[in-house]
Each structure stands twice: as structure tokens, then as C-alpha cells.
Design a protein around this ligand. Structure first.
Ligand SMILES: Nc1ncnc2c1ncn2[C@@H]1O[C@H](COP(=O)(O)OP(=O)(O)OP(=O)(O)O)[C@@H](O)[C@H]1O
Ligand SMILES: [Mg+2]
Length: 394
């Protein structure tokens, strides 16, 4: 029989997510005391300054003096996480004793899930965070899954399964974050298993190309996809993007910013030119390329969904939901065949899609205390299921 650890004092769990878009810190304050069902009590968001965002993104690829830069930032992010936690507690009139633990995802700066000595690296030091806040921290959730030969990602499908356990139709949760990922949830009672994987790029590649052409912009992204909407999708380039090795790879699979980045795009544009034996891409305006990237993001998600089930309910979440051009493209692609998909945002279920990932990490903190198996070998490819996370005391 499973032995349940006694819960420490406190009422709530906090989930902390700092995603690969490097836009900011999401906090979810969650109560699991009612039949173990997650109840979102409050949320808090703290945007990063452009200086911090640049420090994070500069570590997505190899560069000079990486170790110093990474481990200084490890502590600096923990300080920012701690400030955000304090602000959430003040907002909710709580003190550290009200919190059982913080489930800290941290900030991924490198994810290399395949090959020899595969690894994943999340920074935002758990020990510093515990000491600064006076709250127990559970973190480094991806490591044990990787030690068991898994991708260490995605980790959220098991939480989606909790939320959708009674659905009568096959459902998909599509999180359009820095990288996009999907969870497939078979209908209640079906023999299929829950699956999930990264479909390819999400917002981050769109942000990169937007910023490369809008230096000094007030926002670090293309609001509502307005700039993309001024461009034309180039079908030949879209077709080439869809031939990318990662898109063709079968699951389990996960990817990151070390792969889908500006260098990837430059290589694609070079290949496009040399295949056509001319400077074809120079006929494309930067906005055409942005439009084609939006179409690629939508097409790679649509392709993944269609490969899993011919019909179902699709629930969108993550920052990409606010990009109207992207959502419109996805809706068009999903409904252009005989397949029947109903596409909504998580809001249709009264769930705030911007805070779902942070809620999932609150749940992983809770699962640690309950000694629940919290990875899904069918999703990550790990050789066994296990309880994820390591504990750091104040
Ligand atoms: N109004 C908007 N118009 C266009 N894009 C938007 C808008 N609001 C948010 N976004 C996009 O959403 C991004 C943030 O999304 P999100 O926070 O889900 O990503 P993330 O932090 O990388 O998460 P994940 O961990 O899931 O990768 C922004 O960087 C931006 O690209
Ligand atoms: Mg974010």
C-alpha cells in the first residue's frame, strides 16, 4: 500500500512557471483539500524586464562564459521568483505558513532530451527560493523522468487527465506557449492511453522574428498577430517547414528553444533559396515570413491532432490563444477536411488557460507529498512511472 506523507502545515500549494517565451513568472495558488480536485484560489503574473528576458534567451544556445552567466541567473531568478511569491501572498493576505509548498518548474535554458548523456536544465535555484520565502520548495521535476530514459517532457498531460477525467468525447489540450504542446485525452472509458508531446514551435519563434524586425517595439511580440496578418503565407516555404525532421519524428518527443530559433529559421530560408536555385526568399517580405511562421505553427499543431484522432474537442491555452492570426489559421486548417473538431479556448470550461501550466506545477508539488506517480511513461518514454521532484527546505 502507498504510504501518504502527512501534509505539512498550511492550506495551499503554489505552482510557479517561467516559460520558454521568457515573458514572465506565472503563479497559481491552488487548494487540493476538496476531494483532491484542484481549485484555483488566485493567480499572479510578474512580467520580466527586457534585461532579464535577454539574459534568459542568451542562454538558450551555447555562448561564451555560460557557466558564470547561467549560475548567476539561477540565483537572480530565484530572487525574482521570491519577490513574486511575496506579492501573491500580500495580494491574498496570506503568510508563508499558509503555503504547504511551492512547486517550482523554474526556467528552462537548455533541453537536450535525446542522444548520449541527455539532459534538461531548469534554473531559478530551489534552495535560494526556499530560504528567501521561508516556504518548502519542490522542484527539478524533469530529472527523474530523464534518469529513467524519458524525455522529461511534457509533464502536464497527467494534470490535464485529472481535469478531464469525466469527458465523454476525446479531447485535446493544446498549450501554445514558447513551444507548443498537445495532450490527447481519450474519451471516458476508451481503451486508448493519454498521449502528449511538443508539436513544434509556439510563440517564441514568432516573437524572435517579430523583434528582429521591430527593434524598440513597446511589446516583445506581435499583438494579436496584426503584423503577420499584413503578410501572405508562402505555401512552398510552409511545405518546406513541415518537412522539418522534428515535425516528422514520432512521439515520444520534445523540443526547445535550442532547436526552433532564429538560426533554424535562417537555415530554412537559405535552404529555400538554394533549392529554388535563386534568391526566392528575398521576394518574401518579413511580414510574409511571419505569416508563414504563423501558418507553420498552426499546421504543425493541426497535423499532430489529426494524427491522433479524427474528431474531438480541442481546448486551446497558453499565450498563443491571444494571437488572433494564429487561432484563425488553426481553426481554418482543422476544419478544412471531413474531420470534425470543436475548437474552444479553456475559458469554455471556466478555466484560465494562461494559468494552467502553473496549476500543473502546483499539482506536481501536491503529488510529491502524496507520493503519487506523476510522470506518464507513454508520454515521455521513461522506463517506469515515478514520483517526480526533489525537496528543498527553508
Ligand atoms: N495579445 C497577444 N497577441 C499575440 N501574442 C500574444 C498576446 N499575448 C500573449 N502572446 C504570446 O504569448 C507569449 C506568452 O505565452 P506563454 O506565457 O503561454 O508562453 P511560455 O511562458 O513560454 O509558456 P510555456 O511554458 O508553456 O512555454 C508571448 O510571448 C506572446 O508571444
Ligand atoms: Mg509565460
Amino acid at each position: 500500500m502507498k504510504s501518504k506523507a502527512p501534509l505539512a502545515q498550511g492550506k495551499y500549494y503554489i505552482g510557479l512557471m517561467s516559460g520558454t517565451s521568457a515573458d514572465g513568472i506565472d503563479l497559481a495558488l491552488v487548494d487540493f483539500s476538496l476531494d483532491q480536485q484542484p481549485r484555483l484560489v488566485a493567480s499572479y503574473y510578474q512580467a520580466y524586464s527586457s534585461v532579464i528576458a535577454a539574459k534568459i534567451t542568451s542562454l538558450y544556445q551555447p555562448g561564451s562564459n555560460e557557466v558564470d552567466r547561467a549560475f548567476h541567473l539561477d540565483v537572480e531568478l530565484a530572487q525574482l521568483f521570491s519577490q513574486a511569491i511575496t506579492a501573491l501572498l500580500v495580494q491574498e493576505n496570506l503568510d508563508p505558513n499558509d503555503i504547504i509548498s511551492i512547486g517550482n518548474h523554474g526556467q528552462t535554458i537548455r533541453h537536450r532530451p535525446s542522444g548520449t548523456h541527455a539532459f534538461t536544465l531548469q534554473i531559478g535555484c530551489c534552495q535560494t527560493l526556499a530560504t528567501l520565502t521561508g516556504i518548502r520548495v519542490v522542484g527539478q521535476f524533469r530529472r527523474k523522468d530523464m534518469a529513467l530514459g524519458g524525455q522529461g517532457a511534457p509533464l502536464v498531460p497527467i494534470f490535464h487527465q485529472q481535469l478531464f477525467s469525466q469527458e465523454n468525447d476525446a479531447s485535446f489540450v493544446v498549450n501554445i506557449g514558447g513551444i507548443a504542446n498537445i495532450t490527447f485525452l481519450p474519451k471516458h472509458g476508451a481503451s486508448q492511453t493519454v498521449l502528449g508531446f511538443d508539436t513544434g514551435p509556439g510563440n517564441a519563434l514568432l516573437n524572435d522574428w517579430y523583434l528582429a524586425h521591430h527593434q524598440g517595439s513597446n511589446t516583445p511580440f506581435d499583438i494579436n498577430g496584426a503584423w503577420a496578418a499584413t503578410g501572405q503565407v508562402n505555401q512552398a516555404l510552409l511545405l518546406q517547414f513541415m518537412q522539418d525532421d522534428y515535425i516528422k519524428l514520432s512521439a515520444p518527443k520534445s523540443t526547445g528553444r535550442e532547436y526552433f530559433n532564429i538560426d533554424w529559421l535562417k537555415q530554412q530560408l537559405n535552404d529555400f533559396n538554394s533549392l529554388a536555385n535563386s534568391q526566392l526568399s528575398s521576394f518574401l517580405s518579413p511580414a510574409d515570413i511571419q505569416a508563414t511562421l504563423v501558418a507553420f505553427t498552426a499546421e504543425s499543431i493541426s497535423h499532430a491532432i489529426k494524427g491522433l484522432a479524427e474528431q474531438g474537442r480541442v481546448y486551446l491555452c497558453g499565450g498563443g490563444v491571444h494571437n488572433a492570426a494564429l487561432v484563425d489559421a488553426l481553426k481554418q486548417m482543422m476544419n478544412c477536411s471531413s474531420a470534425a473538431y470543436e475548437i474552444n479556448t479553456m475559458q469554455a470550461l471556466n478555466i484560465d488557460g494562461d494559468i494552467l501550466e502553473a496549476m500543473a506545477f502546483a499539482w506536481l508539488g501536491y503529488a510529491f507529498d502524496q507520493r503519487l506517480k506523476s510522470n506518464m511513461p507513454a508520454v515521455t518514454g521513461a522506463s517506469a512511472s515515478c514520483t517526480l521532484g526533489s525537496e528543498f527546505l527553508p
